[in-house]
Design a binder for this molecule. Sequence first.
Ligand code: BTN
Length: 320
Amino acid sequence: MDGILERLLTGEIVSGQALSEAMGVTRAAVWKQMEQLRAQGFVIESVGRQGYRLTACPDTLMAPVIRRGLETVWAGREIVYLKSVDSTNRYARELASRGAAEGTLVVADEQTAGRGRRGRGWISPAGEGVFMSLILRPQAHPSQVAGLSLQAALATARAIAHVTGLDARIKWPNDIVCGGKKVCGMLLEMNADEQSVHDVVAGIGINVHQRDFPPEIAQTAASLDLLTGTSVNRAALVRAFLQEFETVSSMAQAGTLMDAYRERSATLAQRVQVIAPAEMFTGTALEVTDSGSLIVLDEQGQRREVLAADVSVRGLMGYA
Ligand code: BTN
């Protein structure tokens, strides 16, 4: 199916005979695949005796559609599209443990057991969002991996801003908020031993077409469609994310990542409430360190380093 779709995506008229020869399948098999593509919303004209022409493409995350116009060197050089999966992170971790290359992307139309931070779930209804996991193989000590979470957050925020025009900001550590509401969450999972990192899976969930949310998140979450009043193209978001991830990785190497991250932060210089596993306090967010922790000046004037916590930012996601 991918081979036929790739040829149709060129926009040229492609003959059934040429397709059947190139793919090594019968004309009847080509016709069947055309019908399957049509059933998925692709508008394919039959042009006389000349062949087939694609005139409209649905909002799909199929790999050839994401790859169209993608100019990355390593991010997304392998794209695995799944119609439905329990969790793209679980699937990508399994691929990584079997040696999948850095930059392999797993993307699904639906997750039946999407995983969120702190053991929570991630609601992932079919066709409504982007659910994807990127495999990374950093040459880093396990203690440096938190920095990758900043890279993933910055790349995603820039991609959302680029595609939608929204002012996408990062709420530490890596929620993306637009108009004060969460539109995207991330879960990075690492496979490492004491000395070295084998792989990291950066899992990203973006709310795109949702019109409503379950009561427990209805006040804090939004979708890109609701915020823009348009229908945002999911493949364009994935493509922009892959491009931005490479740009942001180069920024990390050149030492310019943190300035760009700070500019996109919704947390820095704001009043925050920190809810860590063992304590809760309020203060002012001062800084995000290169290794990804948040420095907060508490009400007693003490600088406190927060490594992992839920942080509410005044004025965002319902925190007054
Ligand atoms: C959060 O709690 O904010 C993080 C949510 C992360 C969800 C994404 S969706 C794609 C990937 N696969 C998962 O199972 N989780 C992440």
